[in-house]
Ligand binder design. Sequence first.
Ligand code: ATP
Length: 342
Amino acid sequence: MYLTVRNVTKRYGPFTALDDVSISIEKGEFVCLLGPSGCGKTTLLRLIAGLTDIDEGEVLLEDQSLLGLPARKRGFGIVFQSYSLFPNMTVAANIGYGLKIRNVPSDQISARVRDLLEMVKLPQLADKLPGQLSGGQQQRIALARAIAVDPRALLLDEPLSALDAKVRAELRGEIRQLQRALGIPTLMVTHDQEEALELADKIICMNHGTVVQTGTPEELYNHPVTRFVADFMGRSNIIPTDRIRAVLPDLMAHRPDGPEDAYSACIRPEEITITAAPAGTQTVRSIGFLGNLRRIETDGPLGPVLVETHGQAKCNEGDAVTLEIPAQACTWVRNDPAGPVA
Ligand code: ATP
């Protein structure tokens, strides 16, 4: 493991923000810390960066403890949500700042700044001030500044969340390309599951100051272990055991043993085939048009069940319908004792 956080606990007075958290990042890996607001993502990133003290546990980089080492000596490149550029310095001076304080000769700094501006596709902005740039441009420059010093890892705290949807999508792709090309191990905080699914090699899903599940985007989306992860990773139908037993008993075959309320079935809306049929037991409540797909809400003995289909819906509001759910589309998830952070 390249970067390791081991059994870290962080308290603010009586409040435990991180409770015995362990994570790791391998060389070249892009890892997303994903979770709702207040779950402890930023706290975890900041204590890796050395910007917050920890109460218990270890932070190790290539087996060397970082504890006691100030942030500027840890060798990380950091990008925050916004406002992280020096407002009175030009773009070029911002990018070159880390090199200048390391006494790199000025001709080398100029050459490096030029290369980095090319890399983030803004070669024409060298002499502008941050206030003259758009939010997306500022974040590109912040990224260039973080990369300039050849960081041992990149730590990104919601770098895209202040940008509008189109710019965010563009920059997302570019961050991924840059990270791949340079191979810098990267840890990014986000509360946006789509962002995590698209960018990450590995997602660490957090709730209430603990790690709930770690895995590839596919593992978390297709095989969530708890109801919280299932809900957080996208739209899902969470159906209690008694309803499944009554309506779709075949799906009970893979249910883990345990009390009735210990597990629920998680079924993604796009995995369900819906057919209008007079003998169907679910009823269509509404059909929403979302451009490339239809979102169909049904109700009946299974409870409310959402179905998503591409193309035309083959049913109308008020129709009786049957829902076909293949066995492999059903994942049994543990009902979390605590819900998501409010
Ligand atoms: P967000 O996405 O909203 O930034 P987060 O998951 O990054 O959320 P943190 O910022 O890590 O969450 O905060 C975790 C918890 O710790 C929150 O309940 C927050 O109120 C609390 N907290 C964070 N910093 C402090 C502090 N300096 N003093 C007291 N409590 C704090």
